[in-house]
Ligand binder design. Structure first.
Ligand SMILES: [Zn+2]
Length: 205
């Protein structure tokens, strides 16, 4: 698998990573890029299923749900091409998709389909990825404060860090090592945000 720098956001329909501006505000959260969003719903469904199956095709070990999904679509008559694809995966052959002769993947870069989460240390992240983490910490802490009227305590922060790691893996396909550098980064940012919020509240009183 060619190493690609993953920036921007993942579109669950075409399976591509695209720049922020390729997503609408709403498409961002839904993980659907503008060009995919413009497709008819039926086509969207079809591409999304195919994208999911393509991920499963490269996955090992597969979960029970993965196998069930493969079996389901191998017997599906609605989408003949998906059926063929699922059958190929089930037969143990990793389907070789030629981007040129399969219009499902027109314009899509097969190398960009995330397969395994990539293991990384915090120190190996680029600035954009670090910024995403920072953003996440910020919005969670602000939201908690708005919701509960309190600052996060130690336990909340431990939970938040766990959540951050799993969300990051889901969103960026990077499995982040929970090492001392990450701890430090997390602690410094969280403390900073909490203090700033506290000060803002005091100033407004
Ligand atoms: Zn897309």
């Amino acid at each position: 698998m060619a190493k690609k720098k993953r920036q921007g956001h993942y579109c669950k329909i075409c399976g591509e990573w695209k720049a922020n501006e390729k997503f609408t505000g709403k498409g961002h959260a839904a993980h659907i890029c503008k060009s995919c969003d413009a497709l008819p719903q039926e086509k969207k469904n079809e591409l999304q299923i195919l994208n999911r199956l393509a991920n499963i095709a490269g996955k090992y070990p597969r979960s029970k749900a993965d196998w069930e999904l493969l079996r389901k679509y191998a017997n599906d008559t609605k989408y003949p091409e998906i059926k063929e694809f699922a059958q190929l995966v089930l037969s143990g052959n990793r389907p070789l998709v030629e981007p040129d002769d399969d219009n499902f993947f027109d314009g899509a870069d097969i190398d960009c389909i995330p397969v395994f989460p990539e293991k990384k240390k915090f120190a190996e992240l680029d600035n954009y990825e670090k910024m995403l983490l920072k953003d996440y910490i910020y919005s969670e802490i602000v939201e908690y404060r708005e919701y509960s009227g309190k600052a996060m305590n130690e336990n909340n922060l431990i939970e938040l860090k766990k959540r951050m790691i799993s969300v990051f893996e889901e969103e960026c396909n990077i499995s982040l090592k929970n090492d001392a550098t990450l701890k430090q980064f997390f602690q410094a940012n969280a403390t900073n945000i909490i203090n700033k919020l506290q000060k803002k509240t005091e100033d407004s009183q």
